[in-house]
Write a protein that binds this ligand. Structure first.
Ligand SMILES: Nc1ncnc2c1ncn2[C@@H]1O[C@H](COP(=O)(O)OP(=O)(O)OP(=O)(O)O)[C@@H](O)[C@H]1O
Length: 454
């Protein structure tokens, strides 16, 4: 099934996240009190929030592992903490076992929290060095009034064994353990209160590669034995591929793609996912490895791009409808516009710039006239004016800038849902949605065309 709009809800899901947003007050951050104005073209708002998580939808089914991958700073940890309500959401809702977490407080919230545990990246700092591992594992049980002292000790020892440690080490201090073993202690502690759901925030990132696979295997065994559901965060795609059933790719506060693991790795539909996959080094040394295809920095979450968050770096950004450039001319224009925005050159001679950026294909017609105008500004050293033309008349007119993409498309591998927030999928999704609405006699909810973003 193909549809336009956010991913549809799965009635059987253990966790349902809907339009979740978490914005931080920028005033409390580094830029507090600093007035930024038009002199700084990349930051246009002076007191705006950091939009760390900005409208996220997904479900997690019981017993599955949803991998969440994305570059540093894209909002993964903030999303995890907001899902667990360790952070108050700015907007949106989280349903766990059918209950809206926002509607819970006091004892019911505490009971629900027992079912939702979290393990963190750094096994060193998340273990109190003054406590022995036995009492560390027992701590959550104590907090939730589980068992008596003897029962807790017996359970702690049993869990130490389950996670692959020697129960005799109950009286050891964390410093006596290796990084991998300390993460196993964390696992035992999370498991002690018998949770249904564990958020794992980069749990193996700090470990040696040789140890990572062992800890991941243990996590898989524990999942099977204790019927666990994981939200597993990592920036390393090989870790994500090892552990996940489905994968969500995050970029600048949004989920840009979500699909079954094989579908996502073998049939990625979002240019950001494609770039991430292309950047994975190929093990064969003769291949020379692959390198990242992306240029430019990730924009600030204080003032993210309108429409598609990825459009300012996307190699496949769509040409505005009003022009009719060849594909080559449009790509050259995009590359030139981004170079002007970054002030990537000091050259001002239009002929030199033409031969550097437009040798194989040059825009003609209205687009050509606008390019001439921009080149004229650069010749007079007025880069801001050139930038304004290129951004306002080209980049900002693309559908990638004017509408936020959200499409569900057919999977090639398996029959799971495949969500891609990319307008390249728009025609396909709209056509099918229209067909389905026509066949059904009326449009289904959630199949309306995406609204223009701010
Ligand atoms: N308390 C806070 N106040 C202000 N901004 C914050 C706060 N916490 C996070 N941010 C910002 O929110 C954005 C997302 O951060 P987050 O830590 O969630 O990303 P991440 O993907 O988990 O990164 P990493 O992999 O490096 O941990 C970043 O721009 C970060 O600087």
């Amino acid at each position: 099934m193909t549809k336009v709009g956010p991913p549809e809800s799965d009635p059987e899901a253990l966790l349902q996240v809907r339009n979740l947003k978490k914005h931080f007050d920028n005033e409390s951050g580094l830029l507090a009190g600093v007035q930024l104005d038009d002199e700084f073209p990349y930051v246009s708002r002076s007191t705006s929030d950091v939009r760390a998580v900005d409208g996220v939808d997904f479900d997690i089914k019981e017993g599955e592992t949803l991998g969440l991958v994305g570059e540093s700073g894209c909002g993964k940890s903030t999303l995890a903490r907001t899902v667990l309500r360790l952070l108050e959401p700015t907007e949106g809702s989280v349903y766990f076992q059918g209950k809206d977490l926002a509607s819970l407080s006091g004892e019911p919230l505490r009971r629900m929290r027992k079912n939702m545990q979290m393990i963190f990246q750094d096994p060193q700092s998340s273990l109190d060095p003054r406590m022995k591992v036995g009492p560390i594992v027992e701590e959550p049980m104590k907090a939730h009034g589980m068992l008596d002292e003897e029962g807790r000790e017996a359970r702690a020892k049993e869990l130490l064994e389950k996670v692959g440690l020697d129960p005799q080490h109950y009286n050891r201090y964390p410093h006596a353990f290796s990084g991998g073993q300390r993460q196993r202690v964390n696992l035992a502690r999370a498991l002690s209160v018998n949770p249904d759901f564990i958020v794992c925030d980069e749990p193996v990132s700090a470990l040696d590669v040789s140890i990572q696979a062992q800890v991941l295997n243990t996590m898989e065994e524990l999942q099977e034995e204790f019927d666990l559901t994981y939200l597993f965060i990592a920036h390393d795609l090989s870790v994500i591929r090892h552990i996940s059933d489905r994968v969500a790719v995050m970029y600048l506060g949004n989920i840009v793609e979500l699909a079954d693991k094989e579908e996502l790795f073998e049939n990625p539909q979002h240019p950001y996912t494609q770039a991430l996959l292309d950047a994975i080094p190929v093990p064969d040394p003769r291949s020379g490895g692959r390198t990242a295809l992306l240029s430019g920095d990730v924009p600030s979450p204080i003032d993210p791009p309108s429409g598609c968050r990825f459009r300012t770096r996307c190699p496949k950004v769509i040409q505005p409808e009003e022009y009719d450039m060849s594909d080559g001319a449009w790509r050259n224009l995009v590359e030139f516009q981004r170079a002007v925005e970054r002030r990537a050159f000091e050259e001002t001679d239009p002929d030199v710039l033409r031969s550097r950026y437009f040798q194989d294909a040059v825009p003609s017609g209205d687009a050509g006239t606008l390019l001439d105008e921009a080149l004229g500004h650069i010749e007079r050293d007025k880069f801001e004016d050139a930038e304004r033309i290129l951004v306002e008349r080209f980049a900002d007119q693309s559908v990638c800038a004017t509408a936020r993409p959200a499409y569900e498309i057919e999977s090639e591998i398996g029959d799971g849902r495949h969500y891609s927030a990319c307008h390249l999928r728009r025609d396909e999704a709209v056509a099918t949605a229209v067909d389905e609405a026509t066949v059904g006699g009326a449009a289904r909810p959630g199949t309306e065309a995406p609204e223009a973003d701010d």
